[in-house]
Design a protein around this ligand. Structure first.
Ligand SMILES: [Mg+2]
Ligand SMILES: [Zn+2]
Length: 218
């Protein structure tokens, strides 16, 4: 990776601000994207980080990009998961990345589903992806520029949110990615497709490099 090579040649004493920020924030899907898809995962010991996730994401956080995990957890509305289950898994994801030097800025969780069985969460909402209420909450709270953000996920729901936000989109073929590929290609032809999270992150890193070619840095 070009960027990694640059980082190594900066030397240990140089501040991280010398490193060009690629994006204000990444909005990462959790299941099938950041961790292996397990279907209503309630046990933190079932967390399997996607191969290369920590190394790939560290290049972004080292450059000042914030990482948010945006996740539809309809299992709460369906009575398959409790908030405690979801929070425990999220805490494990956070811990596993933190020990590898990758801080997460926050988890944004939609517990709703129109066809649920738990009355409190059985409804249409604006936060279930492709809704963007959760992304917009972070954008407001952290002063992010949506056009300087990117969404990474394995479903049309993730890409659809990116389109609504005006953010870059990466569709992964992990998790449910293959069954959502056609919808993504039909509805959002500009979406970056990648076989793995690591590849998707590398493709995102390459984007600003090509833009930069036409706009030399001062
Ligand atoms: Mg997913
Ligand atoms: Zn919701």
């Amino acid at each position: 990776m070009r960027r990694g090579d640059q980082d190594r040649t900066r030397g240990p004493g140089r501040p991280l601000t010398a490193c060009r920020r690629l994006f204000d924030a990444l909005f990462l899907d959790r299941d099938g994207t950041l961790i292996a898809e397990r279907g209503y995962l309630s046990d933190p010991s079932g967390v399997r980080l996607s191969p290369g996730a920590a190394a790939g994401l560290k290049r972004f956080t080292d450059a000042g990009t914030l990482l948010f995990v945006v996740t539809n957890q309809s299992g709460i509305a369906r009575g398959r998961l409790t908030w405690d289950d979801v929070n425990a898994v999220n805490a494990e994801v956070e811990r596993r990345l933190r020990v590898r030097g990758v801080p997460l800025a926050g988890f944004l969780v939609c517990p709703h589903y129109p066809g649920g069985t738990v009355a409190a969460y059985t409804r249409r909402c604006r936060c279930r992806k492709p809704g963007t209420a959760l992304h917009r909450r972070a954008i407001r709270a952290f002063g992010l520029r949506p056009e300087r953000c990117a969404v990474v996920g394995d479903k049309w729901d993730d890409v659809g949110a990116a389109v609504a936000l005006g953010a870059a989109a990466v569709h992964l073929l992990t998790g449910h990615g293959r069954s959502h590929r056609r919808a993504v290609e039909e509805k959002a032809p500009g979406t970056i497709l990648a076989r793995t999270l690591a590849e998707g992150l590398a493709r995102l890193e390459a984007l600003p490099q090509s833009v930069k070619a036409g706009h030399p840095s001062p």
